[in-house]
Design a protein around this ligand. Sequence first.
Ligand code: CA
Length: 247
Amino acid sequence: MQAPPYAESVGRRDDGDVTSPPRQELVGAPRLLLVEDEAELAEMLRELLTEEGYAVDVATNGQAGLHRGLVDRYDVVVLDRRLPALDGLDLLGRWRRSGVTTPVLLLSALGNPAERVEGLDAGAEDYLTKPFDVDELLARLRALLRRHLDHAHVLPLPAGRLDVDAREVLGVGAPIGLSERECELLTTLAGRPQRVFGRDDLLALVFPDASNPVAVDTYVHYLRRKLGRGVIETIRGRGYRIGRCPP
Ligand code: CA
């Protein structure tokens, strides 16, 4: 069967434009990708999930879903298992091998225990059998989302918060993009807010290729320049700690 090589999008379409303003409003609206080929079900779920406050994108075949998940960032995915163009389990395997860690709820008509195990083994976080109760779907999505956020993909900062996956600081006006190293340094510090990290610790943790702790100081400087002096505290004679008060 020839599948339509497209994904429909609801809400916003600003692929590739990571600095565009909508990003921030979406901090409050979790981004959800729905990969479902049954048009009626897809439409029903899209309406339901949009009403529930999700920013929903819909992909109607496996290839389109794969592409979406690779180029865009989502907070949670609802993935049908039987899809044209690319099977749901294959799609999921490809995402996981590409480092996509977004939690996935797999939808399937196949409900026997072996199928369920197969789905979870492929990297799904949860599994729901069709036909399903929409309240159960919504409850499970909320649980997935909560666990996902608890896993420190978003860390509080003295001002705003760090979206680790997006490498952006949010909640302080326009999103502020960070380089990979800046983000790693800030993630390390913000992940353990009580701890004072010595320069040598940070060098080993964040700059394994560098030998001089000046690299640490340099990146602390970059971060303070972008985010304000107070984002990182210097603890004299000991090292650095994430800041305690807004800069
Ligand atoms: Ca299907």
